[in-house]
Ligand binder design. Structure first.
Ligand code: FAD
Ligand code: SIN
Length: 540
């Protein structure tokens, strides 16, 4: 097996990974960026609503107000200092994106346009191309990354295991190239995980196929502390269409512009559940839809876009109009069928504001990480912001730190445990390939029905039994036969982390709702887990 040396390695090419790569490369650091699909495939690419930011020209807004909205949505679990830090940095990182060439939408006087989404008290969301903010971000950043001589890229390459030595320090990782079926060991001074979310653990999700929680799974296996995994955000409005579980999002910005949710009897219903109606925080609107569907015995509710002027709809939502049309839905003139889908993971690898994990020289940024900004429920459009602010901080930390330049031979000679990991992947023994179709369907279905929007002890226990059974059938813990198996291995780990954390949290808070514990506890606690230790809840 090849063993290579790279100064710094970043796993993942969403906004967090691309932005960190640029910031390191601009200071002449040599970066290897590995990504398991094409360079642009990511959750980032599908972001619609936009990026939240407090800009000086938005006279109605302030950092205080943004922080207040973030903390309120986070239901007692958001960290105030983190929210202040990220909000304060928002203007500078957004200006940086503008300088990189990102065309945010502007009015006819060339002023930036600000959009509204649920639980924001003022318009503060910047968007691009109407509703294709993420696509434009990915395109601009990946062009810059591809043309930067300090960045080398390995596409269609999976990170499958971290090389963490007995001093709790990350010395690199094992990668697997799906096309050549080959492994390589990469020895690195530091590794940054930017692998995004895990929506694919559910049978209904807005996330693309790559979102299998790989970074969290490999960090957990390597001993990193993982936080708040029970908090999964279910977006209220994914399009009901014939697809294989990956569902197209109808942005919250559509309700921000005035569209109204209706039930199958054409009745407005969200105000029955919360006086903020359609623009209440996401978890509240999602549960309102969940209960309304149960009550009316329906599979979908509807978005009525008629309150939005037609030319505004056309200008603001060209991407949504196009996809609806491809699905034979007239977005402007008919009711649009929608229902909730898994969308965002608030929990993840525990980090501080410089992206440090609990393992030395291992960093995590973006959706894979947990900074405690989002708490129990993320405020819309705060994710892209968090991704770039923390990516910038990690890069600044690395740029200002004298990392010991580790050499391949030194590592292998002084750390037999690292050599052992490398040897496991060096054998030529072909792994038996498993047919994963049924196992995957079973896992995703049990997660959707038993660890989804409304949970209980009984449902979660059923999910845990199913996961245990699937683990026994799968019976592979480290080396797998192909990418699909690595992803399934990781989904099983994620499912177990989510379910066990949800069982431990005997309350309802933010996106985690248990009908056997419908009240919120008076004391807010985070949940943590580290491999080999018990799950624990700790006061914040
Ligand atoms: P991602 O963008 O998901 O990138 C992860 C990368 O890691 C990918 O390149 C992937 O291929 C790679 N990868 C994964 N595993 C491996 C592995 N094992 N080896 C190598 N590479 C790997 N947030 C907002 O703030 N505003 C919005 O408007 C918004 N809209 C959204 C709309 C949709 C449909 C979705 C799904 C999410 C939306 N979000 C939005 C959330 C936001 O887009 C994501 O949280 C954010 O883009 C995550 O960025 P990231 O860089 O952390 O991860
Ligand atoms: C949306 O456009 O509704 C998604 C925004 C987000 O997830 O932050």
């Amino acid at each position: 097996m090849n063993i290579l040396k790279q100064e710094f390695t970043i796993i993942g090419s969403g906004i967090a990974g691309l932005y960190a790569a640029l910031k390191l490369a601009e200071q002449n650091k040599k970066v290897l960026l590995i990504t398991k699909s094409s360079l642009s495939e990511s959750n980032t690419r599908y972001a619609q609503g936009g990026i939240a930011g407090v800009l000086p020209e938005n006279k109605l807004d302030s950092v205080d107000l943004h922080v207040k909205d973030t903390l309120k949505a986070g239901a007692g679990l958001s960290n105030k200092e983190m929210a202040e830090f990220i909000s304060e940095k928002s203007a500078s990182v957004i200006n940086d994106l503008i300088n990189y060439g990102l065309p945010f939408d502007r009015d006819k006087n060339n002023n930036l346009c600000f959009g509204l989404e649920g639980a924001h008290s003022v318009k503060r969301i910047l968007h691009s191309g109407g509703d294709v903010t993420g696509k434009n971000m990915e395109t601009i950043l990946h062009n810059l990354v591809q043309n930067n001589p300090n960045i080398s890229i390995k596409r269609y390459t999976n990170a499958v295991e971290l090389l963490v030595n007995s001093d709790n320090t990350c010395n690199g990782l094992i990668i697997y190239d799906e096309n050549s079926n080959c492994y390589e060991a990469i020895i690195s001074n530091a590794v940054i995980i930017a692998t995004g979310g895990a929506g694919q653990v559910y049978s209904n999700t807005t996330n693309p196929k790559i979102a299998t929680g790989d970074g969290i799974a490999i960090a957990y296996k390597a001993g990193a502390t993982i936080q708040d995994m029970e908090f999964i955000q279910f977006h209220p409005t994914a399009l009901c269409q014939n697809q294989d579980g990956t569902r197209f999002l109808i942005s919250e910005a559509v309700r921000g512009e005035g569209a109204i949710l209706k039930n199958k009897n054409n009745e407005i219903f969200t105000y029955k559940y919360d006086n903020r109606g359609d623009l209440a925080p996401r978890d509240i609107v999602t549960r309102a839809i969940f209960w309304e569907l149960e009550k009316t015995k329906a599979k979908q509710v509807y978005l009525d876009t008629s309150p939005i002027p037609e030319d505004k709809t056309k200008q603001r939502f060209p991407g949504i109009i196009k996809t609806c049309k491809e699905n034979n839905i007239d977005f402007i003139n008919t009711l649009v069928p929608v229902s909730p889908a898994a969308h965002y993971l608030m929990g993840g690898i525990k980090v501080n504001k410089e992206g440090h994990t609990s393992i030395n020289n291992l960093f995590a940024i973006g959706e894979t990480s947990c900074t405690s900004l989002h708490g129990a429920n993320r405020l819309a459009s705060n994710s892209l912001l968090e991704c770039i602010v923390i990516a910038n901080e990690v890069a600044a930390f690395i740029n200002n730190t004298d990392f010991k330049n580790i050499e391949i031979n030194d590592i292998i000679e002084s750390h037999p445990e690292i050599d052992n990991i490398i040897q496991k992947y060096s054998t030529n023994k072909l792994e038996k390939t498993l047919n994963l179709f049924e196992l995957t369907v079973k896992l995703k279905d049990t997660m959707w029905h038993n660890a989804g929007i409304v949970r209980s002890k009984e449902k979660l226990a059923t999910a845990l039994d199913d996961i245990k059974e699937l683990k026994t059938k799968f019976n592979k813990n480290f080396k797998c036969a192909n990418e699909e198996e690595y992803e399934f291995r990781n989904l099983l780990i994620l499912a177990e982390l989510i379910v066990k954390s949800a069982l431990l949290r005997k309350e309802s808070r933010g996106a985690h709702f248990r009908d056997d514990y419908p009240q919120q506890n008076s004391i807010a606690k985070h949940s943590y887990i580290q491999k080999g230790f018990r799950y624990k809840c700790q006061e914040i």
